[in-house]
Design a protein. Sequence first.
Length: 289
Amino acid sequence: MSASLTSRYGDLHLHTFFSDGTYSPEELVAQAQRQELHVLALTDHDTVEGCVPTANACEAAGIEFITGTELTAEQDGREIHLLGYSIDPLNPRFLTEIAKFQAVRQNRIREMVQRLNEINVPLQAEEVFALANCRAPGRPHVARALVQAGLVGSLDEAFERFLKKNRPAWVPKFKMSADDATELIHQSGGVAVMAHPGLNRSDEVIPRMVEGGLDGIECFHTKHSAATAEHYLQIAARFQLLVTGGSDCHGLSKGRPLIGSVRLPYAHVEKLKAKAAERKAAAARHSSA
Ligand code: AMP
Ligand code: ZN
Ligand code: FE
Ligand code: FE
């Protein structure tokens, strides 16, 4: 790659059809090439299955790849999304733990469908599972199944009428604590980063998460304004946290892919990689002790 350090950019928050994105790894990487990105991280919800195929597609395209996942956790009653970067995708304890959360997701789909049926919306869980065709199904799959069955006119309508928090088919999701999620990421040799803090409005939990070992914070995100990004850059500086950023692309959004709309300067990627090397060494010492 001939581009200098300052003109290299990454998108470190991406989903594929291994969770609730619509792109295959190959389609995602083709879009990344169009956006002239130099590094990608895949952060599918509660799975790392997409990491090997995405790594292979990236290698063929000359793009650097970082493994990742996005875990749903809870801190002081607030829902927090934690990105785990550079985890070992074959770590046995990690795979055992996320399998539990995949089962939670599958059971939650059945419960959401049951609630829909109770209000005479005739969707079947099997329709959702067939459409999702992955181990980590979520509300977007229910929304797509409702559209496919002609029961709503749009994904937005599905969320607004049924799936948003406190709507009739909303079912709370069992979550691990933020400390447990951070520890799980660390023992898998990974780096723990708080995703899109501006969406969760949870600044007051950040000091506690830092005590729990949080490594970084996603300052740049599609739904963060410039002022929001600046606010979290200041928090990152205050707590000496890594700075990350990504588009949170799930496929097409209003007709275009979000990938590349957030471009993280490579200098931040270098710092993330240095921290990952530290975490990996610590995890190896811990597992051999
Ligand atoms: P889940 O993990 O099953 O709770 O689903 C969360 C996912 O649903 C998020 O990653 C978003 O992609 C999507 N989502 C959440 N709220 C909405 C909404 N109001 N409209 C469309 N998509 C949404
Ligand atoms: Zn998602
Ligand atoms: Fe998220
Ligand atoms: Fe995400």
